[in-house]
Design a binder for this molecule. Structure first.
Ligand code: UDP
Ligand code: MG
Length: 347
């Protein structure tokens, strides 16, 4: 609870951890401030890119539902370079209600960066922080279920996990499953199958996420990486209300590839093993050729073997250089020290 001792601790701490109020470990029904009971402050981050058909009704329903459940809502919109008039809607929403604010990027930087920007820019005025999709696939009612689960004092982080996948095509479902399997076997960040970008976090988790400095954040991986005591709540993902999904197959593949590069050095290391394997095969083959020559005399080998070996080994070499190149590109990106996003406007 908020008392003098708590403020003392905050004053002494003096690092970035002190920026967020730490008085709510358990999200009780009400917080006590200077003897008065005030509602728990819940900030909801909504990243959006061309969601003109969805954001207004979603934001209004979130504010209404959260307020009527006795919490004090604040909505923080992150416009990720929309070109369809979503920004004007965000402006109007922010003007009409002081509990709604927004930032707008100078261009599209991608959802992962938009989520990170929301976490960094939404201020410290909250007891719990949530983020969710703004296309209607995550609902205000489900948000309240996550908040309810966060009332447990032994839980720092509540993740909505999808209990259904019927909003995806069969091919997307297969690809997603394959990705999770690959990610889990290659990286050391635990990630839950079905975990989406629908979370409620206590300030300790927010502070941990704010300290990460990745150029290519992959939020599901980072949320797994920071740890903390987590609870999973199954949710039914709705079909999107309007507009089109931005996640095409090539975009999903890029995200999956980027996520694995960010969380695993195995693609890099695997080449030593493959190189050793092919060197061993070459030595074995050499022995066979020597024995064959000694026993059967000189043999004229066909072109096929030579060409296949040449192409095969050449291909492997190019692939391995390509993978090293991907990591080098990331080091190069990081060495430039560019900001992860640029804000063109804020309310
Ligand atoms: N989004 C974003 N920037 C992008 C793409 C998507 O902020 O470059 C937002 C989008 O507006 C939505 C959420 O991320 O609120 C999920 O996007 P989408 O519905 O396209 O993906 P899916 O639900 O298919 O994973
Ligand atoms: Mg969606």
């Amino acid at each position: 609870m908020h008392d003098a001792r708590d403020s003392d601790i905050k004053a002494k701490r003096g690092n970035s951890d002190s920026r967020v109020s730490r008085d709510v470990g358990s999200l009780p029904v009400n917080r006590v401030e200077k003897g008065h009971q005030t509602a728990i402050r819940l900030t909801i981050i909504l990243p959006f890119h061309n969601e003109a058909e969805n954001i207004e009704s979603l934001v209004l329903s979130i504010v209404r539902e959260v307020a009527s459940s006795g919490l004090s809502p604040r909505v923080f919109l992150v416009d990720d370079g929309s070109t369809d008039g979503s920004l004007s809607i965000a402006r109007a929403l922010a003007l009409s209600d002081e509990r709604i604010s927004f930032i707008s990027f100078s261009r599209n930087f991608g959802k992962e960066v938009a989520l990170m920007a929301g976490i960094l820019e939404c201020g410290d005025d909250f007891d719990a922080l949530a983020y969710m999709d703004s296309d209607g696939q995550h609902t205000a009612q489900d948000l309240l279920r996550l908040v309810e689960a966060a009332r447990d004092p032994d839980v720092d982080l509540v993740c909505g996990v999808r209990s259904n996948r019927d909003y995806q095509t069969h091919r997307q479902q297969r690809m997603t499953r394959l990705f999770y399997r690959l990610f889990r076997s290659l990286s050391d960040a635990p990630i839950d199958e079905g975990a989406g970008d629908f979370n409620v976090m206590k300030p300790s988790v927010v502070n941990a996420l704010r300290r990460l400095r990745e150029d290519h954040p992959f939020m599901k991986g980072l949320v797994g990486w920071v740890g903390f005591r987590k609870k999973l709540v199954p949710i039914d993902i709705q079909r999107r209300e309007g507009g089109v999904a931005k996640s095409s197959t090539p975009k999903m593949l890029r995200l999956a590839f980027g996520a694995i590069l960010s969380f695993s050095s195995w693609p890099l290391r695997a080449w030593s093993a493959i190189g050793m394997g092919s060197a061993a095969i070459a030595v074995l083959y050499l022995v066979i050729v020597i024995v064959q020559t000694a026993v059967f005399g000189r043999e004229v080998p066909g072109y096929a073997t030579t060409v296949v070996l040449l192409l095969g080994i050449g291909g492997l070499q190019l692939l391995s250089i390509g993978i090293v190149g991907e990591y080098v590109a990331r080091i190069y990106d990081a060495s430039k020290g560019r900001p992860r996003y640029l804000i063109a406007e804020r309310s």
